[in-house]
Design a protein around this ligand. Structure first.
Ligand code: TRP
Length: 470
């Protein structure tokens, strides 16, 4: 039973788990979680694949209709309960409630996502050293370096090890002295580097205006249903939603700050960084007359070819930026897993971080060795983990989080954290009840191919009915 008094008592029981020292510290840490490889590596290349402006437009709508409400929902659940995702659902419903499975799914997602995320982050790290050494030789030679890195287990595992060690080191430091302190250093550095790169792209290359037109002039011909669904899926990933990362970060907040304002700030900064990264990258791509639709290789294969002419003073900051962004996201993924074992199992932070970090590291080795594939699937571990977590685990987690806050959580718990019961609150509740879950369900159903199957079933039934009626 979770009346306000119970919540209060348990809140005091969880005092020792740490808090953000400042509200700007929280904003930077949460923004750091959101801004990551998703913004700088994934967003530009999927935008390129789906033809630019139209995709950006749909993506912005998805952030507003699905991302922002869900971000607020997670922060509300977290701050209300002051608990990790598993504990949070139990506290708001009841001990042993089946809703805790949503929290469990989140902890599992954190484990899986960080395992392969760390491998990509390791590539970013490796490219800092490549950039310092300078990219040389023909375009083919530069592009093939990426293939060599990915297919060399020794190198991939080496950089994966360093990246995991960095995340573990920061998370051991705790909320204030680890995550908050490092976010306060890394995030401003990231903004500064990005701004520098975008100014370079806009003003020193000839590609600036083409990049702006590409990103902001909608051309719907390449979008399609596939593009719309990718935009929605990406809104999840880039805002760190669907696995309790924002529940966990929200749980370290003290009462008093305005959650609506915080959620808007985080989503806004995340979106701006993705767009600015897009401007910087496409300006260079168009300046050299390359194609925008380069898929996964856009950053690791196309850009280095351009960097050969531009020089290390742009390429080194670029990969440093990418690595910083990955670090502040990696620590949020690890923190979700660690917080569960600290809150619910009574482990010490150091032990939990070391043991779970090591577990994630070992799982990551499967993704780092590109020659290994998942039995019977024909897919490498890397693609398998990426597809499975982004396309299924996050949307399912997000869907149930949304249903929980909209239909199960008590109005009082919800409205108290929201801060009012005015039209804004009613609007949010309406979105979370009827619009957001339907949109998320559409993605899941599409992933499973259910729509097509149901469509044909429907047609058959219809024909059968016509025959029967006739
Ligand atoms: N949002 C990060 C990015 O864009 C990745 C990330 C960090 C994440 N924590 C998450 C994604 C939690 C989903 C859930 O790179």
């Amino acid at each position: 039973m979770s009346d306000a008094r119970d919540l209060q008592t348990t809140t005091t029981n969880t005092m020792g788990r740490g808090n953000w020292a400042t509200s700007i510290g929280f904003i930077l840490a949460a923004t750091g979680s959101a801004i990551g490889l998703g913004n700088i590596w994934k967003f530009p290349y999927i935008t390129g694949d789906y033809g630019g402006g139209a995709f950006v437009l749909v993506y912005l709508v998805c952030v507003l209709v699905v991302g922002l409400p869900l971000m607020l929902a997670e922060l509300i659940i977290g701050r209300r309960t002051q608990q990790n995702p598993v504990g949070a659902f139990q506290k708001l419903h009841r001990e042993g409630s089946p809703w805790q499975l949503v929290g469990w799914l989140g902890v599992a997602s954190g484990f899986v996502i960080l395992s392969y995320y760390s491998v990509v982050a390791g590539w970013a790290l490796a490219y800092i050293f490549k950039a310092i050494a300078g990219f040389q030789g023909t375009a083919e030679a530069i592009q093939s370096e990426f293939g060599e890195l990915v297919t060399s287990p020794g190198q991939s595992i080496f950089y994966h090890t360093i990246f995991m060690a960095i995340c573990i080191g920061i998370v051991i430091g705790g909320i204030k002295r680890g995550i908050e302190r490092w976010s306060k250093i890394l995030m401003p550095a990231l903004f500064a580097i990005l701004l520098g790169l975008a100014c370079y792209g806009l003003f020193s290359t000839e590609g600036g205006s083409k990049a702006l037109a590409f990103l902001f002039k909608p051309d719907f011909s390449k979008l399609g249903a596939e593009g719309v669904l990718s935009a929605l899926g990406h809104a999840f990933f880039t805002l760190s939603l669907g696995m309790g990362a924002m529940i966990t970060y929200g749980s370290y907040m003290k009462r008093g700050s305005n959650l609506v304002r915080d959620a808007i700030t985080i989503s806004f900064l995340d979106t701006v960084v993705a767009l600015v990264a897009g401007i910087a990258i496409f300006s260079m791509v168009f300046h050299f007359g390359m194609e925008p639709g380069q898929s996964v290789g856009l950053i690791f294969k196309t850009l280095p070819v351009l960097f050969k002419d531009i020089g290390p003073w742009i390429s080194v900051p670029f990969f440093v930026l990418l690595t910083f962004a990955a670090v502040t996201s990696g620590i949020s993924l690890l923190e979700v897993v660690v917080s569960y074992f600290v809150d619910r199992r009574g482990w010490s932070r150091i032990a939990a971080t070391l043991v779970l970090g090591a577990g994630i590291y070992v799982l990551g080795i499967f993704s780092a060795v590109s020659a290994w594939s998942v039995p019977f699937s024909g897919k490498g571990f890397f693609d398998f983990f990426d597809d499975f977590s982004t396309n299924y685990m996050l949307p399912i987690g997000g869907l149930f989080t949304c249903l929980f806050i909209a239909w199960v959580m008590k109005d009082k718990d919800r409205a108290d954290e929201f801060g009012s019961r005015g039209p804004l609150y009613k609007g949010l509740r309406f979105l979370l009840r009827y619009i957001t879950p339907v949109a998320v369900l559409a993605v899941i159903v599409h992933q499973l191919g259910i729509v097509e199957k149901c469509f044909w079933l429907f047609i058959r039934l219809f024909v059968f009915f016509l025959n029967y009626a006739g």
